[in-house]
Structures are given as structure tokens and as C-alpha cells.
Design a binder for this molecule. Sequence first.
Ligand SMILES: [Zn+2]
Length: 244
Amino acid sequence: MKKRVLLLMSIFLLIGSLSQAAIPEPKAYNDPSLIYLTLDDGPNWKTGKLLDVLKKHQVKATFFILGKNIKGNEHLIRRIVAEGHLIALHGMTHEREEFYASPMTAVRQMKDVQRLIYEVTGIHTNMARTIYGSDAGMTPAHWQAMDEAGFAIWDWNVGSLDHIYKKDNASVEQRVFNRLEANRVANIASIILAHDHSMTPEALDTIIRYAKERDYEFRTLEGIQTPHNFSDGWEPYVSDSATP
Ligand SMILES: [Zn+2]
């Protein structure tokens, strides 16, 4: 009987140590091997093609949705959620003067898109990106109002410049590769900014293959308690913060 108990105990200990060995250390949110792909300004007619590429590579992204683009594209919003991507907020109109006119106009736009997304998906999110990035018009009063309204504001540190290069895939890709490398040297994770209206499926496909070949891991921004802003340590270059 005693032998049996000892045998059982040693089996439990063995299983315990095996399962411990099988669980890798969780990576810090800003681990340099992590990429957070973010897609802004959608949904629009191109969103489905980008979703196809993400699906092919089993990559999950974060979509910062523009409120004015929701009507008529509800199926795309639902598809984004159904395929495991993260849905987030990008205001209503993308008009700089309207959005940043006062702290309350900015909060109002975020609340409006928040409500629309809730109506379509049942998801209530407070994750947000202000148009053209936070340094385009966020005063201390804006920050305070957003904070009090419960919004977590995210910027980026890899501007793909897809909205400038458009179909010039080689330039978009090279820009992203250079910035990924700079972030790896700076020992920080990468948050790529791309746009539903500008990133081509071909460039997205190339960028994902490039990253996977170099052992990057793609994640959504879900669950990260410390939103990245241009002013903090995730950002190696100041110059990128001026890009929309
Ligand atoms: Zn935008």
C-alpha cells in the first residue's frame, strides 16, 4: 500500500514538472519579438481583402474603426470580430478641426463610435486612437477628459506611410522593415500603423511573411494595461509621430 502511494506521488510530481516545462515564460507586452498590427480608418471595401490575408497567415490585428464608415459595412465589422481581431475606436469623421475643437468634441466622437460598435457587435470597448495620433491636437485638457471618460489612447511606433506611398508596395515594405529593425535594436515591441484604405493586400502579405521569417509574433492590443503614446519609451524616433 505504501509503495502504491509513493508511486502515485512520484507520478504526480513528474506530471507537475513536465507541465511546468511545457509552459513558456509569458512575454512582456513590449518584448521586441512582438508586433501589434493596427489598421485604421475602416471598414471600407478593401477591408475584406486585408482580412483574407490575415486569415491566410492566421494573424490577428487591431482595427481602429471610423464611425462614419460603419453604416453599410456592418457585415465587415462583424467579420472582424468573428475572425478573432480586436475592434477599437477612431472617432466619427476624421476631420481634425472638428475632432480636436474641444476636449468634449473629442470625447463625444469617441462615445458615438463606441455606441455604434456596441449596437453592431455587442462589444463595449474603451480602446481608442485619436485621428492623426495623439500629438495632432491632444492638449492636457483633452487627455484629462478622455481619461475621465474611460478611454485608453494608443499611438504607434511603425508608421507604414501607406497613405503616402499608396500602391508603391516596395516603399511601404521597406519603410516597415526599417522601422521593425530600429525597434528591435531599441529592444521594444512594434506597433504598425496601416490603413484599410491604403495598405495593399500584397504589401500586407509581404510584411507578414518577412516578420514570420524573422520569428516575430503578431498579437492584438487586447489586455495591455499601458497604452503606448509617442511620449513614452516605446518610441525610438520623434520623427514618426508627425505621420497620420
Ligand atoms: Zn486615421
